[in-house]
Design a protein around this ligand. Structure first.
Ligand SMILES: [Zn+2]
Ligand SMILES: [Zn+2]
Length: 402
């Protein structure tokens, strides 16, 4: 259900309860209506069917605390006359008066609602312009005068970083294609040297108003598509639209340690706002190309290095690469397979001076077979090395035999 539907419908009246009705009262009222109006009880009765649907719709909103709150807020904003400011103040713009928003019902029988925020731009715009402090524009070209500032749209883009770029952080230029005002006609859409004329049908307001019940509604004028002005000779650059797609380049700083899947928000770097409204935000979805050698675990980098049995038993100095050049790690004598060694500070270096490590896992390689002299030596080693004590295993074997 759209927000507009919410405004046009009085859910409290549909259920026959007051605005202060408790959730219990609402539930009871709905149950009774649902029982009385149920299609099974009223076969072929179109009116009952409509009422039944309306009651379900009303209950759906009023039974949900969150929805009910939103609905109440929206209704009270609308009823306050906040959206008919244009009509009351007339032509050349108006100061924003917060009492318009919160002054309660100010008699909804509205005249020609000339404020295009209502019909013209849809509800999200109404709310965003109100809550962003909606200063209605000052006197300006016909039609544009009463439109308030509009926040620019958010822009979403994606960037793929190399593994090392993500670990160290990097600054990259991003090219963004975003709509902007045409330079040739400065956004008017009219051929240079000509001026758009005020729309006769809507008198330059961009809106056609009508009354329905106690509310007044406005919708964009069809003759001028809600712009309030008509362009006779179109600008050749933008073909009369007033807008062109522009490519802009911005430098985006990716902090050290940015992770695959992370979304970075750059406040105010989205599309520019309309009529001095604030710019939208830029969201950058980060992808990180995996490295063929290093892995990552938070701020630590990981690396697995194979070593021989002899290196594990006798110990060795192991030279390993890091992102800042090679380091040598001491493998102590008697190192088991899977032991982790640390190269301190060779992971992600955060700004605050805290740094992750490179964690090297040694992987002792067991040869599938040995021949020649190596085999002779190993056999000699086997003779000289008693098998490890296996008392408990031997005891179990003896018990099984006896
Ligand atoms: Zn143009
Ligand atoms: Zn018009």
């Amino acid at each position: 259900m759209s927000s507009k539907d919410w405004l046009e419908k009085d859910f409290y009246a549909v259920l026959g309860v007051t605005r202060s009705a408790s959730p219990d009262e609402i539930k009871k009222a709905y149950r009774k209506l649902a029982r009385d109006l149920h299609p099974d009880r009223n076969p072929g009765n179109k009116e009952a069917e409509e009422k039944f649907k309306a009651a379900s719709e009303a209950y759906d909103v009023l039974a949900d605390d969150k929805k009910r709150k939103e609905y109440d807020e929206m209704r009270s904003l609308f009823g306050s006359g906040a959206f008919r400011r244009g009509a009351r103040t007339g032509g050349g713009g108006t100061q924003f008066d917060p009492s318009d928003l919160f002054g309660g019902f100010a008699g909804a029988a509205g005249g020609a609602g000339a404020d295009r925020r209502f019909g013209g731009s849809g509800f999200s715009d109404i709310f965003s312009s109100i809550f962003s402090g909606g200063q209605a524009g000052g006197p300006g070209p016909a039609g544009a005068a009463r439109r308030g500032p509009q926040r620019g749209r958010d822009v979403e883009t994606e960037v793929t970083l190399d593994f090392a770029q993500a670990v160290r952080g990097t600054t990259l230029p991003l090219s963004l294609r975003t709509p902007g005002a045409c330079d040739t006609c400065r956004g008017s859409g009219a051929k240079p040297g000509t001026t758009p004329r005020s729309c006769a049908k809507c008198h330059g307001t961009g809106l056609i108003s009508s009354n329905q019940g106690s509310f007044s509604f406005s919708e964009p004028c069809r003759d001028c598509q809600g712009s309030g002005s008509i362009v006779d000779e179109k600008c050749p650059e933008c073909r009369g639209t007033g807008g062109v797609t522009k490519t802009r380049t911005i430098n985006v700083r990716f902090p050290a340690g940015v992770a695959d899947g992370q979304r970075i928000r750059l406040s105010g770097r989205g599309e520019p706002g309309d009529r001095n409204g604030p710019a939208g935000d830029l969201y950058v979805q980060v992808k990180v190309r995996p490295d063929d050698l290093f892995g990552r675990s938070g701020d630590d980098l990981t690396l697995t290095v194979p070593i021989t049995i002899a290196e594990a038993v006798l110990g060795t100095d192991l030279k390993v690469p890091t992102l800042d050049g090679p380091v040598t790690l001491r493998v102590p004598p008697g190192t088991p397979s899977g032991r982790k060694l640390r190269a301190r500070g060779k992971g992600v270096v955060r700004k605050e001076g805290q740094a992750g490590d490179l964690i090297v896992t040694v992987d002792v390689q067991i040869p599938a077979g040995v021949t020649g002299e190596a085999r002779d030596v190993l056999e000699k080693f086997a003779k000289l090395t008693p098998p490890p004590a296996r008392e408990r295993i031997d005891a179990r074997l003896r018990r099984a035999a006896g």
